[in-house]
Structure formats: structure tokens, C-alpha cells
Design a protein around this ligand. Structure first.
Ligand code: AMP
Ligand code: ZN
Length: 564
């Protein structure tokens, strides 16, 4: 058979990227291109992406794509004649189940199902809670930038011990008490630029699914009704109990029970799935009728029922790709979620368990209980740029504790400013419609930066290293700009792709009304100058605006401006 009539080989299958990395043929940060039957690896530099023809019609046999063909979704780069088939496969994530960093591979690529335990809406979420939500935002954005189709579920815990206690103390119903905190959470989420989840199931609106789950567990014999009328999960009847939190099963006291939502790891017990209604529950409207008695769900049951319901009804599966939360949720919350879900379905509940470390204040976990907390809205009211909070968090790896200080926040604010100034310079240099790739030193720096940025995030979301690469680009890029180098358009595009993940550019400031009127007048004058082909005048106006921190962007629908 001659070389020409041989069938065009499908070079790689779904996990080929990871295999190439494991074999040492491709290192994180490398780019590859298909060349007939061969894979050509570039240590750095331009990439020509040509997929084997067969792949276009065979998305399930997904190839390992060159890094450069996986742009952030907000800034799609079109490679002529190339269709994207599947995400990159080089991302590795730390899995609490195995305590190892493992190549990430979802069950049904490019879809990734992600469940993150949401806020308990008994009060305002504090910055510690948002450290966890932000690490989950980074995870979600990076998966999306890598080409995955993420379905993100974040529940709202609006019934548990704390919400009932708080509603009772306030003399209101559960709904009345939690509603303002739900709204506040969404406001804080938007302030901190978290991408909204695709589904935000509320516990109180998911009780039917919870009752079904309890029935399944009773029917299968792993749950029992206690003499207090509540339903408990018998942990000694589920052989895998303790796997996530690495419990010493010899410590388990058979038949010992705990009704409260939170309890210590050194005292594992049968936990409540359904708690018999008490006077407080009925008083605040936190009791539901069920075949096994009037009561309310336990906190752990809520997350199992909501997540299984969402992925079951939407995708017909019973296994999540990723389940995430703060480290304090490993025990008992996530351990109990695994027990309930797997005992009911007979399937693994989640393939990857990711846990973020605490935000501390002088070494102590930020917590309402310790009174050392700062609400996200406090920062917003103080005029703190959300980008500074994000950058501050990115500068420590999500699996390392972070101590919050005003000084560190202020330093992050300076970093954000530098980034904004650098972007404004690039935009100024790139000029009209200057988003082309261009050539020159800045384009080289951009290619180096993107390789380093991806290598860092592929390595268990090493955001501090990604930030180091980013500020290296700012430093070297500013020098190149001083020297009049070309390639600003390519650098701008690379920066914007990175910002789709980190999102740390300064929040545009709203100018005073007088200033806004002046800017509008200048923009209109520039438009007139451009129409009459007086480009010198148009450039003069743009420079005058830039000197006052006003950035212009010419779009097909007109010129947009913002104050940076
Ligand atoms: P909660 O509203 O208490 O249910 O917590 C919501 C999320 O915030 C959970 O994933 C917790 O693990 C997380 N969390 C609570 N306190 C902190 C903290 N100080 N630092 C980081 N994450 C936290
Ligand atoms: Zn949960």
C-alpha cells in the first residue's frame, strides 16, 4: 500500500493529550500540529493547526488540540478550515479522593458537570465564603477557556439548622428571612464578577427530590427510622464510608446518632437524613409532610438530592464530573453526600473532588462564628475594586491558606491598576481595528506568555504562577512599547484571553456628569475629524482622552469609551 492510498490515520483519541504528556512527548506549554500522520511538537512559537479530516466527523474520537486553537470563548480565534472537536486534555487537578493531581477527563467530553456547594443564606456571605466561590469561578472559567462545555450547579441552602435558628430569632418565616440574603448573594456575586451558575436549585424548592431519595435509602436498608422519629443513615452499612475524609473506621460507634448538621470528624455517627419536625420548624414554615413523618431534610441530604436531580433530569447521568467546596466540607458534608448518593444509585457520585483552603484572619479561619469576618458588600461600600479582590486571591494557590490583610489588598489594587494601564497602552498602539495578530517583539512576548499561562493553570490551577507570567508580560511589554516594538494587537488579544479567565482588569469608573459630557463631546469631535479624513486631529483627540484615563474602542456599532 502506498503512502497516498493509506487511510488518513486518526492520530489521537480522547485522552491522547494526557498520554502524550505522560510519555514525555509533549510538555505542558508545548503546542502541536498535525502533519499527515505525524504530530509535530513546538516547544514554543507559532502554531499552524490542521486537524486530520476524519476528526471533523468524529467528535467522539477527539484529538488533542493545539493550545492556540483553544481560545477563551469570549474571544474566539478562527483558524480557517479548522473545526474545534474537543477540549485540550492537559489539565490536571488535585482530587481529594486520591490526594493526587490527576489528568482531568470528564465522563462525556466536552460536557463537564460541576456542582459547587452554595451559600447558606442565613446571613450575608463573607469574604471567606467568596474565596471558595472564587476558586470555583477560576475552575469554571478555565475549563470553559479550554473548550469544555461546563454545566455549573450551585445550590442555595435555605433550610438547615442555622437558617431555622436565625428565622426563629428574627420572628419571621424561613422564606422571609432568607430572601434578602439570597438577593444579597447575587449582588455580591455580580460585584465579584463570578459567572452565574446555570442552575441555582434552592433546598426549599427541591423537597420532593429529597423525599424520594430518603425513600430509596429506606428501601435499600441503609437508612432507618430512629426512636426519635427522624430518619438516619447507618454508616456501618455503607462499606465506602470514610473514604474521602480518610476516617479510621475502627472509631465508628455502631448505632450512635447525630441529628445536627455539623459534627466533628473524630466522632463519626449515623447522621440524620430527615429530621422529625419540632415546634421551631413548624413555626418558621420549615416542615414538610413525608411518608416517613412530618419533618425537614438534613443539610447533607439536600446537596445529594439537588445534584442528582439536576444531572439526572438534564443529562440522564448519576455521576458528577466535579464536586467542589471549601476544605471544611470534606467532613461530614461531602463524606455524607457520597454515602447517600452512592448507596442510592450504586454509581460513583463524583469523579473529582476539589477543595479550597481557608481565607484566614491572623491565622484563624474567617467565620461569622469567630466574629472576624468581612462581608463582600463591606468592600463594595468601601469602593474596593472587585478586580483587586480577585487578584489577591489568585496570588495564592487555592490549596494554600491565605491570610487577609488590608496591605495585601492594597498591593493587589496597585497590580490591577498596572494591568489597566498596560492594556490601555496596547489598545492605543494597536490602533484602529488593531486586533490582528501582527508581528514584532510584543507578539513574541504574547506567545511566550500564553504558553506559560496555560502551563501554570493546567497544573492544578496554579494561579500564582499564571499571575507571575502575566506581570512578566506587563513588565517586558512596557519595555517593548517604550522601544516602539510591533505586535501590540497580538499582545492585546493574548491579554484579553487571559482576562476571560482571571478577570482582573480595573472596573470601569463612572465619571462625574460634567466629565461624561466632555468625553462625549470629544468622541463626537473625533468622529467628525475621522469622517473628514483629518486623522491627525482624530489622533490628537484620542491622545487627549487617554491622558485623562479615557480609553476608546472603535466597534462596528460606534466608538465606546470607559474611564480606567
Ligand atoms: P456556608 O455559607 O457556611 O455554607 O459556606 C459556603 C462555602 O464557603 C463553603 O464551601 C465553605 O467551605 C466555604 N467557607 C466558609 N468559610 C470559609 C473561609 N474562611 N475560607 C474559605 N472558604 C470558606
Ligand atoms: Zn453541599
Amino acid at each position: 500500500m502506498s503512502a497516498t492510498d493509506r487511510p488518513r490515520p486518526l492520530l489521537v483519541v480522547a485522552d491522547a493529550g494526557a498520554r502524550l504528556v505522560r510519555r514525555g512527548l509533549v510538555a505542558p506549554g508545548d503546542a502541536v500540529r498535525w502533519d499527515g500522520a505525524r504530530v509535530v511538537v513546538f516547544r514554543r512559537g507559532p502554531v499552524v493547526c490542521e486537524l486530520p479530516a476524519a476528526c471533523v466527523d468524529a467528535p467522539s474520537r477527539a484529538p488533542y488540540l493545539p493550545r492556540d486553537s483553544q481560545p477563551a470563548r469570549a474571544h474566539p480565534v478562527v483558524h480557517p478550515g479548522v473545526r474545534r472537536c474537543a477540549p485540550r486534555m492537559t489539565l490536571a487537578l488535585h482530587n481529594t479522593l486520591t490526594r493526587r493531581v490527576e489528568p482531568f477527563q470528564p465522563l462525556a467530553p466536552p460536557r463537564v458537570t460541576l456542582y459547587t456547594c452554595g451559600p447558606t443564606v442565613w446571613n450575608y456571605a463573607h469574604l471567606g465564603n467568596f474565596r471558595t466561590f472564587l476558586f470555583e469561578d477560576l475552575l469554571r472559567r478555565y475549563l470553559e477557556a479550554a473548550g469544555y462545555d461546563v454545566f455549573h450547579i450551585m445550590n442555595l441552602t435555605d433550610v438547615d439548622d442555622r437558617t431555622i435558628k436565625a428565622a426563629r430569632a428574627a420572628g419571621t418565616t424561613l422564606r422571609q428571612h432568607t430572601e434578602p440574603f439570597v438577593r444579597a448573594f447575587f449582588e455580591d456575586r455580580d460585584y465579584l464578577r463570578l459567572r452565574p451558575a446555570h442552575a441555582h436549585p434552592r433546598a426549599t424548592e427541591s423537597v420532593a427530590a429529597m423525599i424520594t431519595l430518603v425513600r430509596r435509602l429506606l428501601d435499600s436498608g441503609v437508612a432507618y427510622q430512629g426512636d426519635d422519629g427522624s430518619v438516619y443513615f447507618a454508616i456501618d452499612r455503607f462499606p465506602g464510608y470514610g473514604r474521602l475524609s480518610r476516617l479510621d473506621l475502627r472509631e465508628i460507634k455502631v448505632g450512635a446518632r447525630v441529628a445536627s448538621d455539623e459534627y466533628a470528624k473524630d466522632d463519626p455517627r449515623d447522621f440524620a437524613l430527615w429530621k422529625k419536625a419540632g415546634p421551631d420548624d413548624d413555626a418558621v414554615g420549615a416542615a414538610w409532610d413525608a411518608p416517613f413523618g412530618r419533618g425537614r431534610p438534613g443539610w447533607h441530604l439536600e446537596c445529594s438530592a439537588m445534584s442528582l436531580h439536576e444531572i439526572g433530569t438534564r443529562f440522564g447521568v448519576q455521576t458528577l464530573d466535579i464536586h467542589a467546596g471549601g476544605v471544611d466540607l470534606i467532613f461530614p458534608h461531602h463524606e455524607d453526600e457520597i454515602a447517600q448518593s452512592e448507596a442510592a444509585t450504586g454509581r460513583p457520585f463524583a469523579r473529582w473532588w476539589l477543595h479550597g483552603e481557608f481565607l484566614n484572619v491572623r491565622g484563624t479561619k474567617m467565620s461569622k462564628r469567630f466574629g472576624n469576618f468581612l462581608a463582600a458588600r463591606d468592600l463594595r461600600e468601601q469602593g474596593v475594586d472587585a478586580a483587586a479582590v480577585r487578584l489577591l486571591f489568585w496570588q495564592t494557590h487555592y490549596r494554600k491558606p491565605l491570610d487577609f490583610t488590608d496591605e495585601a489588598l492594597a498591593a493587589a489594587g496597585e497590580g490591577v491598576k498596572r494591568l489597566g494601564e498596560f492594556r490601555a497602552r496596547l489598545l492605543g498602539e494597536a490602533g484602529e481595528g488593531g486586533r490582528g495578530t501582527g508581528e514584532g517583539r510584543l507578539a513574541e512576548l504574547a506567545a511566550e506568555f500564553e504558553a506559560d499561562f496555560r502551563a501554570a493553570l493546567d497544573d492544578d490551577l496554579n494561579a500564582p504562577q499564571a499571575c507571575a507570567a502575566l506581570f512578566q508580560l506587563v513588565h517586558a511589554g512596557n519595555r517593548a512599547l517604550d522601544a516602539g516594538a510591533g505586535g501590540a494587537g497580538a499582545a492585546l488579544a493574548a491579554l484579553d484571553r487571559a482576562m476571560a479567565v482571571l478577570d482582573v482588569l480595573p472596573t470601569p469608573r463612572a465619571p462625574e456628569p460634567d466629565m461624561a459630557r466632555w468625553i462625549e463631546a470629544q468622541v463626537a469631535a473625533r468622529e467628525r475629524a475621522r469622517k473628514s479624513k483629518d486623522f491627525k486631529e482624530a489622533d490628537r483627540i484620542r491622545a487627549a482622552l487617554r491622558a485623562r484615563g479615557v480609553e476608546l474602542e472603535d466597534t462596528p456599532t460606534g466608538t465606546k469609551w470607559r474611564v480606567v
